[in-house]
Structures are given as structure tokens and as C-alpha cells.
Design a protein around this ligand. Structure first.
Ligand SMILES: *[C@@H]1O[C@H](CO)[C@@H](O)[C@H](O)[C@H]1NC(C)=O
Ligand SMILES: *[C@@H]1O[C@H](CO)[C@@H](O)[C@H](O)[C@H]1NC(C)=O
Ligand SMILES: *[C@@H]1O[C@H](CO)[C@@H](O)[C@H](O)[C@H]1NC(C)=O
Ligand SMILES: *[C@@H]1O[C@H](CO)[C@@H](O)[C@H](O)[C@H]1NC(C)=O
Ligand SMILES: [Zn+2]
Length: 352
């Protein structure tokens, strides 16, 4: 994610960015409709009723989430045997849950390593659906010379969250096997740069897939791409980066608040690890920053609506050997996974 230079920029510009964000209009109180997609289709699903909200909030499987993290948490650089093991684990987990899983495989050339065979994993509940909510992460890990880098937040935890969502909501998602509006889980390959982040050395999988789907006319079927990255560390702060999905971002914020009011979040307090005070994960200020490059970029450039769930600033362990299991805060991880599950159900089952 993002080049080193950009990261440095972010570090120094951060107080400035935040300042700008605080001056910007609050995300609330803008247009009343939920405008989705290039055709500006109005899609405004109902909020979950109290009964649904309590029923769905009760669903979780923290043990499964930990197991999924364990299975992904090995060095998994593209082209290595461990990378294949993790890919197979993801594919098998979803096939066991009756998902339709395809690999989008292709070759590309990377610095240092040369020709590589990449495989994006595309999982759908209904391969014939007309529209999709897409939840995405990347499953490769960064090649860092002389470091056994396992990438817990980057992005073993986000990928484990998606597998856990499929497992926990197995029954609730079953109607989506035949629905016109359905769910897709996307596991990008080759997000990480091998040498230095740049347009030809990064997001290999996302660049390939966005281009392919544009050619095939499939991008119009994506209502929205929700990209999860760098999740699992305590005290994340998320901001709405894009105006056209701001009201969806606010739905996430509302779900967080609803859970907090009912005391349904685990250890929902500042852990003290970071020196700012996140009284909430989803921040009400918009942050219009073009700084963060990630797998969403090739889709964003092709007008696919995007919600980018990445903490700002990045957790301090980012791209260091400290990004291992010891950084994972399972209370935060379970809370975020719950919010994302509720959002998914609200989005997909709330159609009137
Ligand atoms: C949620 O789970 C708790 C404990 O298992 C149970 O007591 C409660 O009735 C459940 N609530 C709903 C709405 O299913
Ligand atoms: C592959 O994963 C195992 C853990 O399952 C680890 O011990 C080993 O070092 C990894 N191999 C490489 C080449 O990273
Ligand atoms: C990336 O690759 C394209 C096509 O091969 C080339 O035209 C371009 O100069 C490259 N860009 C960089 C920054 O290396
Ligand atoms: C994980 O990182 C922490 C912090 O750098 C370190 O103390 C610990 O030994 C590491 N754990 C493993 C299993 O590598
Ligand atoms: Zn990374």
C-alpha cells in the first residue's frame, strides 16, 4: 500500500490533513438520497430493524476468526509454496461454504523476481447476479529481504474477516445465492511492491482485474467496492475519502454507534496504544486525500464507487517485522468484523 515517499508525506502532513478535514463539511447533512453508481441509481435499503439488529449482532465466531488468521499468517510472497497454500486455504474455505469460487490467473513481470503467475480469487454467492456489493482484501504478503514478514494487519486479518463473515452469516446469506443483488468477496493477489512502489510495481492483481472487467463490461455490475486493509491493530480511525460513497460510510458509523449504545462492542475504549483518543472508529469528518494508493485505485479510476477501510494514520507496525500476531487486538478485530457484517446484511437484505 502506498509508496514509502507517500507514507513519509503522510507522517509529516498528517496534522495538516486532519486540520483540513476538520474544517471540511461534516459528512452528515449532505444530499438525502443514497446515490450509487455511474447511472446514479438510487438505492436506499432500510436500516436493520431493532429485532434484526439484535439477532444479527448476536452472531459471531471468534474462534473461527482466530483460526482463519492463523491459517493465513505465514510468509506468502507471490510465487512461493506458502502463497499457494494460503490461496488454497481461502478457496477451500469458501467452497466448503458453498460459494462459487474462480481464480483469475495471469502473468506479469516484477522487479527482482521476474515473471510471476498471479491469481486473484473471486468468490460469489450467485455468479449470475446483476449487481454486487464487493468486499475485498489482498492475500499476498510483502517481500522484505532478510525479514520473515507475515503481514498480520497487511492483510491476514482483513482476509480472515471476510472468511469469517462467510462462515458466521452462512444462513443469513443463503437467499443471496439466487438474488439479483448479491455479494462478492475478492482476494487480490500481488498488492505489494517487490522493489519500490510505483505504477508498474504494485497492485498487480487489482490492475489486471479492473482492466479485464472494463473490457468485458463487468464493472457496471459493481455497486461498490469496500476495500479492507491494515486492520487488526487497536484504535483505528477511518475517514470517508470519497464523496459518492460518503452516505454508505455514514451507515457504517451509524451501525458502530448503535452497537456502542447497546454495549454490544467488546472493550470499546481507547487501548492507550496510540496517543490520540478514538472515541469511535468511523470518524464523522470527511478526508479528501488522494494520498493513499491501494487496490481500489484502478477501480476508482474507472468510476467504481469505493469505500476504503484503512486506518489513518497507518498502524506504526506497517511494513516492519513487528506486523505479526502480537499486534492483533482481537477485541477491535471482532468489533470491526461485526460492524462490517451488519453493514453487509443491511445493504443486501434491506432492499424494499
Ligand atoms: C443473543 O444471545 C444471548 C446469549 O446467547 C441470548 O440470551 C439472547 O436471547 C440473544 N438475543 C437475540 C435477539 O437473539
Ligand atoms: C512457510 O510457512 C511456514 C509456516 O507454515 C514457515 O515456517 C516457513 O518459513 C515459510 N516459508 C517461507 C519460504 O517463508
Ligand atoms: C510502466 O510500464 C509502461 C509499459 O511498459 C511504460 O510505458 C512506463 O514507462 C512504465 N512506468 C514506469 C514508471 O516505470
Ligand atoms: C512479533 O513482533 C514482536 C514485536 O516486534 C516481537 O517481540 C515478537 O517476538 C514477534 N513474534 C513472533 C512470533 O515473531
Ligand atoms: Zn503492505
Amino acid at each position: 500500500m502506498l509508496s514509502l515517499q507517500l507514507h513519509r508525506l503522510q507522517k509529516y502532513l498528517w496534522p495538516f490533513c486532519l486540520h483540513v478535514a476538520l474544517l471540511a463539511t461534516s459528512a452528515r447533512g449532505q444530499t438525502a438520497d443514497y446515490l450509487v453508481g455511474r447511472k446514479q441509481t438510487v438505492y436506499n435499503p432500510s436500516q436493520l430493524s431493532d429485532v434484526q439488529f439484535l439477532e444479527y449482532s448476536n452472531l459471531s465466531d471468534g474462534q473461527h476468526l482466530r483460526e482463519a488468521v492463523q491459517n493465513i499468517l505465514i510468509p506468502r510472497v507471490v510465487g512461493t509454496a506458502n502463497h499457494s497454500i494460503v490461496r488454497q486455504y481461502i478457496v477451500n474455505s469458501l467452497r466448503d461454504l458453498k460459494w462459487h469460487v474462480e481464480l483469475n490467473s495471469f502473468h506479469d513481470k516484477a522487479p527482482i523476481v521476474g515473471q510471476l503467475h498471479f491469481h486473484n480469487i473471486i468468490a460469489t454467492l450467485n455468479p449470475q447476479a446483476e449487481r454486487y456489493l464487493v468486499l475485498a482484501c489482498h492475500y499476498d504478503s510483502k517481500y522484505i529481504p532478510d525479514v520473515e514478514f507475515v503481514g498480520a494487519i497487511d492483510s491476514a486479518v482483513p482476509c480472515a474477516m471476510l472468511l469469517n463473515l462467510a462462515k458466521v452469516l452462512e444462513e443469513q446469506l443463503r437467499p443471496l445465492q439466487t438474488a439479483k443483488l448479491s455479494l462478492m468477496l475478492l482476494f487480490f493477489d500481488g498488492e505489494e511492491a517487490f522493489e519500490e512502489w510505483g505504477p508498474n510495481d504494485s497492485i498487480y492483481g487489482a490492475r489486471h482485474l479492473a482492466k479485464l472487467w472494463e473490457k468485458q463490461g463487468k464493472l457496471d455490475r459493481i455497486d461498490m467496492l469496500v476495500l479492507l486493509d491494515l486492520l487488526g491493530a487497536p484504535d483505528p480511525a477511518f475517514y470517508s475519502f470519497f464523496g459518492n460513497t460518503e452516505l454508505w460510510f455514514m451507515r457504517l458509523a451509524d451501525l458502530e454507534q448503535r452497537l456502542a449504545e447497546k454495549s454490544l462492542l467488546e472493550r470499546y475504549v481507547n487501548s492507550g496504544v496510540n496517543n490520540w483518543d478514538p472515541t469511535r472508529y468511523f470518524q464523522p469528518q470527511a478526508l479528501r486525500s488522494g494520498l493513499v494508493e491501494d487496490d481500489h485505485i484502478p477501480f476508482l479510476r474507472r468510476n467504481v464507487p469505493v469505500v476504503h477501510l484503512i486506518p489513518m494514520p497507518f498502524p506504526s507496525v506497517w511494513h516492519t517485522q513487528h506486523d505479526n500476531e502480537s499486534v492483533i487486538d482481537y477485541a477491535t478485530t471482532n468489533n470491526l468484523a461485526l460492524i462490517i457484517r451488519l453493514f453487509t446484511l443491511e445493504y443486501l437484505l434491506g432492499a424494499k
